[in-house]
Design a protein around this ligand. Sequence first.
Ligand code: E4P
Length: 230
Amino acid sequence: MKLFIDTGSVTEVEEVARWGVLAGATTNPSLLAKAEGDAGEAIKRIAEIVGGPTSAEVVSEDPDRMVEEGIAVRTLHENIIVKVPFGPAGLEATARLRELGHPVNMTLVFSAAQAILAAEAGATYISSFLGRLDDIGVDSEYELREIVEAVHENSSGAQVLAASTRSPLHVVKAATAGADVATVPYKVLKQMLNHPLTDSGNAGFAKDWATKPELAEWLNGLVEQSKKNA
Ligand code: E4P
């Protein structure tokens, strides 16, 4: 499963991109409204940094205008994917954008029935929301598994993108359910780093290493030598 970052913040993307784990990014109107500065510049920079698919969402409810907005956001960067909200207007806009050669991430998908329609309309990515289903007491893992099965059975080649991930467990469930991608907020990506045994393990190694100073001298010497030989 590939990992995207779900954000409107260039600073967050810069930090996480250094870990070498990001294959793309998603934004949405709420995330961009929270971010500082020019939205177009932020999307462009994010697309540049992640070097992969970066979703920018249309906001109109009219299919003609959705198509216009989609074509416009595609001019920002070659990595841009047009994010289109699910519904009759969104399906129409998706089909038309696909026809024109623009890739679409169909968002706000909550059921396998909706996912089948999104796949048939030509969406490249289908954003299946987890957290928002949990919020209303629906088993998001069950829905995601059904969406993955329905979409992968479909011949369109659409990919399931697990969205609205609110915890490391959501990301693990997305991977084990067979999602192609999970888009994950900065806060959750940071939480994914944590394990108390990693911390205590590192502390133990550092403490034991420090008991024999000649080990540090040996390693420093080895580093210097390898730099000279490089
Ligand atoms: C990303 O594509 C979605 O817009 C986002 O994951 C929604 O997350 P939320 O339900 O936590 O707002």
